[in-house]
Design a protein around this ligand. Structure first.
Ligand code: MOS
Length: 727
């Protein structure tokens, strides 16, 4: 009986005491340690590999090159991250690509051995990040929506506009940098593969490994009890996962491959550099007559990852005309991927700034501008929303922030000039098919089983809360066994979808269990009430203990499988193919201080109000949102992964030379509001998903607040001191 309660994390003690085992912690006797030898050039070929010296080093067992590796079938991307697989041929497509794998009895021997491998290269011409021509994305698995979209005639819409705004907004590439680096331990037992892995999607990893090695999915077991953060860079299956398994096969021994922090930069992904041109037209009163949004993102030479920032342009504001486009710039870099918050994260930055700029031209408050252009239906296709309480979020957020009574922009406080800004937040509702098994035992305890990967977002607490609530037992009586592909298949832990999808499968299982309890208690299911472990007829007496009901019916336990299949499909994006458009919404309000003499920017306070459906655990939900707000501050003010154009490599492949938010950057005044909402179209649970929306809108609100404070419009993230001193 705990849904809606702010329980602290059930897995908290395990994590802070080190009892929680992550992939590289798993004991795997007899395992060889694998270390990558990586290419120092961004393009070209390997011409020779001399392993003699490495093999002579004590402890080194094998040096595997493309010649030794089995030919892996290209697994479909996604869920494989890329159609390109290193160590299959001599070609180099990006700096940091593995060209050999050293296997040794100890990590130290493998690391030393990797330095002794002599590799000859023939460097080739290369295209640095940002230098490729913008081209139409080709289908390599990432074209998930229209590259071009139009509603009405944008040119005609802009022609009728009294006021126009057109500007280009850019953001740099940024890396995910989860605390736990990627790690894969692979073991073969005959033709059965077991991997201990750090992933966000257990079934996806199982399927792609099976595909690559020509196995049936049941021949691959993926075990991942905990993942130490992912943010999207563990969502898909990366080369190190395939290569660890291949190396174990060749060596005939288990293999442990842990990427170093530096190797994470070029061997898994990042959010790509995005350039967006936004064109808006409005009447003199501020009513939009047209929205244009053209987006170009960086991608690799192998795959066209598309960052669908235009989702923001198509979903935020009411407009009679709309035209959007998505293009990519290919180059010799590793492939980017979704990063919290993908799609609308970049999109809400450009749209949130552009709308602020236009509302200033019109001469009305940016909140009033948004109310004037409130999208009552999906602006792209006119479908009704499954739920949308953005008006309530605006009201409550503005009230809590004091938006209507804020100090005038540029108000001085010592050396600091104050400014306020706001922006819209939104994410599509990603829904994935999920199955769980639920057992209710005669002792009143329950066991929940699902393959679900825990990435530290609170699911290990909130999902048992749903069991507790629906079976009327205390949350302490619920055990959740997760993180293993042998368990019933839940959806992935990405797309802010875990609670919605796995939670809805739990509800389905619990409904079936309740029917069984009703039969055992001889009560009609609709009259059944289970509370605090007691079974009774609604309005009846004290009832009987659950255990007694089961025993009398000769049952030791009840068991049911629960399913969630969005729109009857394996996956559904934002209600496509349903009568409804499905999204989360919100608004974020910030106050910043700028020291114009030194170019310093400080966050003073932030209020976010969200329409995200039902909240299962207000504490873990709030933590997700403030994590997103801080992540958004990083995007706005600090983070950029520099890619050196002459050498074609990432600079500062570590966390020491990179600015990311720390406690000292973040004030305690982060305020999170959830409007009361239940969306029965997105899920029977009523939830819509909230893991990532907190990271949307923030960078726009900050850029808008900076303009309010000092009149400098920064359209090129991050907002570093040089840009505040420039004028
Ligand atoms: Mo998030 S980028 O869906 O892990």
């Amino acid at each position: 009986m705990s849904m809606g309660k702010p329980l602290t994390r059930l897995d908290g003690a395990d994590k802070v005491t080190g009892r929680a085992r992550y992939a590289a912690d798993q004991p795997l006797p007899d395992a060889l340690h694998a270390v990558y030898v990586t290419a120092p050039i961004p393009a070209g070929r390997v011409t020779s590999i001399d392993s003699a010296e490495a093999l002579a080093h004590p402890g080194v067992v094998r040096v595997l090159t493309a010649r030794d590796m089995p030919r892996l079938k290209a697994a479909s991307a996604p869920p494989a991250a890329s159609v390109f697989m290193p160590l299959q041929e001599d070609e180099i497509r990006h700096e940091g690509q593995p060209v050999a794998l050293v296997l040794a009895e100890t990590l130290q021997a493998a690391e030393h051995g990797a330095r002794l491998v002599r590799v000859g290269y023939a460097p080739g011409a290369f295209i640095p990040q940002g230098a490729g021509e913008p081209v139409e994305p080709r289908e390599s698995g990432y074209v998930l929506g229209p590259a071009h979209f139009a509603k009405g005639d944008l040119d005609a819409g802009l022609a009728t506009a009294a006021l126009r705004h057109e500007a280009r907004y850019t953001q740099p590439s940024r890396h995910h940098n989860p605390m736990e680096p990627c790690a894969t331990l692979a073991r073969w037992d005959g033709d059965q593969l077991t991997v201990f892995d750090s992933v966000q999607h257990i079934a996806g990893t199982q399927g792609t490994l099976a595909e690559a090695f020509g196995l049936k999915p049941e021949q691959v077991r993926v075990i991942c009890p905990h993942t130490g953060g992912g943010f999207g860079c563990k969502a898909y299956t990366w080369p190190h996962e395939f290569l660890a398994a291949a190396a174990a096969k060749v060596a005939g021994r288990p293999v442990k491959l842990v990427l170093t922090r530096a190797q994470m930069y070029a061997n898994v992904s990042y959010q790509p550099r995005v350039e967006q041109t936004v064109t808006l037209g409005a009447t003199s009163e501020g009513r939009l007559t047209g929205i244009g949004q053209d987006v170009i993102n960086q991608t690799s030479v192998s795959d066209d990852y598309v960052e669908y920032a235009t989702e923001a342009g198509r979903s935020l504001y009411a407009t009679p005309t709309l035209r959007t486009s998505q293009r990519v710039r290919r180059g010799h870099v590793n492939i980017p991927s979704p990063m919290r918050a993908p799609v609308e994260g970049p999109g809400s930055f450009a749209m949130g700034c552009a709308v602020d700029e236009l509302s200033r031209q019109v001469g009305i408050d940016p909140l009033d501008f948004r109310l004037l252009n409130y999208a009552e239906n999906d602006p792209a296709d006119g479908k009704p929303w499954s739920s949308k309480k953005l008006r309530e979020a605006y009201d409550e957020g503005a009230r809590r922030f004091g938006w209507r009574t804020r100090a005038k922009g540029g108000t001085r406080e010592g050396d600091w000039l104050l400014g306020c800004g706001m922006a819209d937040c939104t994410m599509g509702a990603f829904r994935f098919g999920s199955t769980v098994r639920l057992r209710l035992r005669a002792d009143g305890t329950a066991l929940l089983e699902g393959s679900s990967a825990d990435i530290g977002t609170g699911g290990l607490t909130a999902l048992p809360q749903i069991v507790s609530e629906s079976l009327g037992i205390p949350v302490e009586a619920v055990t959740f066994t997760a993180g293993d592909s042998r368990l019933p298949t839940t959806g992935p832990t990405y797309g802010s979808s875990t609670i919605v999808c796995t939670g809805s499968a739990i509800l389905d299982a619990a409904t079936k269990i309740r029917e069984q309890v009703a039969r055992a208690a001889d009560v009609r299911p609709e009259e059944l009430e289970i509370r605090d472990g007691m079974v009774r007829r609604k309005g009846g007496g004290a009832g009987r203990p659950l255990g007694e009901v089961l025993r009398r019916a000769g049952l030791s336990e009840l068991s049911a499988e629960g399913k969630f299949a969005p729109n009857g499909e394996a996956a559904n994006m934002s209600g496509l193919g349903t009568p409804y458009a499905m999204r989360t919404f919100g608004a974020v309000f910030v106050e910043v201080a700028v020291d114009p003499e030194l170019g310093l920017l400080r966050l003073r306070r932030m209020v976010g109000a969200y329409s995200v459906g039902r909240i299962i655990n207000p504490r873990t939900a709030r933590s997700q949102i403030i994590g997103g707000m801080i992540w958004g501050w990083g995007m706005a003010a600090m983070e950029q992964s520099e890619h050196e154009p002459k050498l074609g490599r990432w600079l500062s492949k570590n966390l020491s030379g990179v600015a990311i938010p720390v406690n000292a950057d973040i004030p305690s005044a982060l305020d999170v509001i959830f409007v009361d909402e239940f969306d029965d179209k997105v899920s029977p649970l009523g939830a819509k998903g909230l893991g990532e929306i907190g990271a949307t809108g923030v960078s726009a609100a900050i850029a808008n607040a900076v303009y309010d404070a000092v009149g400098i419009r920064v359209r090129d993230l991050p907002i570093t001191p040089d840009k505040l001193l420039a004028q």
